[in-house]
Design a protein around this ligand. Structure first.
Ligand code: ZN
Ligand code: FE
Length: 239
């Protein structure tokens, strides 16, 4: 499996997971159809599956057009069936979704929205975290509670440390400024910031990150309890 990062809209990332052996792909969170179509046509592959982490427009905007063009199967969380355009397959927490050579465990990770899920491709050690876990940050709490988000992040934290994290936005540099402000002595974070800046200067995405990097550097994952997490989340909202 190969993952291609497709920049969409202002700062979104959609991802194509490509199975080279039979030239088919799954897309995660197509913000818009056009950049996805351009890539699919260029590579001459078929888009069989559309995976949605949550219902926000910048994650589902391409669903309808892509489904129409490629007859793709749309996959999302059962409780968000009414909010995910074109949904065909309804997933439950902890379910394994398996189709062709794709195999991912579904983790229900509420907080940003009540129906947010992540797709954990455990064999390849990849996780698509949408707007729940960002590199050096986490999503805003729109529908869930602080406790929901804290628990969701704690689930992700425990995955194998070398798991690669693919999140919904390129927010890493902005997030790093908040982390370093509240964790100024963190050497791992300082090194990560050097790395991030180098990538961005060369027009390279800062994604993927890893569980290890995030555990070491992401202040939201380093919060010891829900009280300190809540305080940080509120501070970040006004940062
Ligand atoms: Zn969102
Ligand atoms: Fe988003």
């Amino acid at each position: 499996m190969r993952v291609e990062i497709i920049p969409c809209l202002q700062d979104n990332y959609s991802y194509l997971i490509i199975d080279e052996s039979n030239k088919i792909a799954s897309v995660v969170d197509p913000s818009e159809a056009k950049p996805i179509i351009n890539f699919i046509e260029k590579e001459n592959i078929d888009l069989k599956y559309i995976l949605n982490t949550h219902h926000h427009f910048d994650h589902i905007g391409g669903n309808k057009d892509l489904k129409k063009k490629y007859n793709s199967v749309v996959i999302g969380y059962k409780d968000d069936a009414s909010r995910i355009p074109g949904i065909d397959i309804l997933l439950k927490n902890n379910q394994i979704w398996k189709a062709d050579n794709f195999e991912a465990k579904i983790m229900h990770i509420p907080g940003h929205t009540t129906g947010h899920i992540s797709f954990h491709f455990f064999k390849e050690k990849l996780i698509f975290t949408g707007d729940t876990l960002f590199s050096l940050g986490c999503g805003k709490i729109f529908e869930g509670t602080y406790q929901d988000m804290f628990d969701s992040l704690n689930q992700i934290k425990k995955l194998p440390q070398d798991t690669k994290i693919y999140c919904g936005h390129e927010y890493t540099l902005q997030n790093s400024k908040f982390c370093i402000k509240h964790d100024p002595e963190n050497l791992n974070l300082k090194n990560k910031i050097v790395e991030i800046k180098k990538k961005l200067e060369n027009n390279i995405p800062t994604i993927p990150s890893t569980i290890k990097d995030e555990n070491e550097c992401n202040i939201f994952l380093r919060a010891k309890d829900v009280e300190s997490f809540t305080k940080l989340r509120d501070l970040k909202d006004n940062f």
